[in-house]
Design a protein around this ligand. Structure first.
Ligand code: SF4
Length: 300
């Protein structure tokens, strides 16, 4: 738990606070921007939650925090023992999508997502191991397959796969991060993962990066660290700053996503976003138009 003696000075006065163990992963202000915000080096509570609904939201951020840097009043501790996650993000004919919370420090607080499907649920990237989350997921039908979008966000995949006897997918070029994965994807071809769900290799951020695409229309793109939404600037982002392998290849991978009908992007890091009709195509073109001009470290 967060320690009051390490409470950061810029927190607003009141019972909720962020302490100095914050690693600035962004999970809290992605899930609860009404109460948490970044300073540039860490997070802080900009407004204290009021009322049950707001307190519940702030507690979601607390549970999600990968390093337990968020403090809350002691009397709320019993509430914390009840499972909040997974929470519904959106319903889709190819599978309803839930946010798992319980971010892991090992994946720098990356988001993971659960798709509920008739033919078996699919987990996109791994949260940290959590018995309350596992109990909830078991009630929801377990996890048949785990997609590891790239090497950075594998977290506690071994425990999740063992608990649910899941099949894990990772690209061969990132497979040293999860050599236990049962299925290694090879090459650049799109790969069906059952009806209405496919994997698309998108090398760039890492050599073995992949995205997962749900549905044939009004699709949901699980983008790993290939792309994410920047809510402050209201733009889709591919980041040269955070490109660990090959920026030119990453732009080629962005180009291969033209022509999709994406209605939601659910990334590993950064904000999720729901697109208006036609917005996806122009967002991708904006990245391509600016991407090749980027010679210094910056986001496009
Ligand atoms: S979730 Fe925790 S570690 Fe991440 S930014 Fe918020 S307080 Fe910091």
């Amino acid at each position: 738990m967060a320690r009051i003696k390490d409470r950061l000075k810029n927190n607003s006065p009141g019972p909720f606070f962020v302490d100095s163990s914050c690693i600035d992963c962004g999970s809290c202000w992605h899930i609860d921007p009404e109460h948490f915000a970044p300073t540039g080096r860490s997070s802080y509570v900009h407004t204290q939650p009021q009322g049950q609904k707001e307190i519940r939201k702030a507690l979601l951020a607390l549970v999600d925090c990968p390093v337990a840097a968020i403090g809350a009043p002691k009397e709320l501790t019993p509430v914390l023992s009840s499972a909040f996650f997974p929470i519904l993000v959106t319903k889709h004919p190819a599978g309803d999508v839930y946010y798992c919370g319980w971010s892991s420090k090992r994946s720098f607080g990356a988001s993971s997502w659960l798709i509920l499907r008739k033919e078996g649920n699919v987990l996109i990237d791994s949260p940290r191991w959590s018995a309350p989350l596992a109990r909830q997921i078991k009630r929801m039908g377990g996890i048949r397959q785990i997609v590891l979008t790239h090497r950075d966000d594998v977290a506690d995949h071994k425990r999740w796969a063992k608990a649910f006897h899941s099949l894990r997918w990772i690209h061969q070029d990132d497979a040293d991060a999860a050599p236990e994965a049962e299925i290694k994807v090879i090459g650049l071809d799109r790969l069906p993962l059952g009806k209405g769900l496919k994997l698309i290799p998108t090398p760039g951020h890492t050599k073995g990066s992949m995205v997962a695409l749900l549905g044939d229309q009004q699709q949901i793109l699980f983008s790993g660290d290939h792309l994410w939404w920047n809510a402050e600037k209201a733009v889709l982002v591919a980041s040269k700053d955070y490109c660990w392998w090959n920026w030119a290849e990453q732009l080629q991978s962005v180009k291969r996503l033209l022509g999709l009908d994406v209605s939601w992007i659910l990334p590993g890091h950064g904000y999720a976003h729901q697109f208006k009709a036609g917005e996806w195509e122009s967002a991708i073109k904006q990245i391509l138009n600016h991407g090749e001009k980027v010679t210094t470290s910056m986001q496009v």
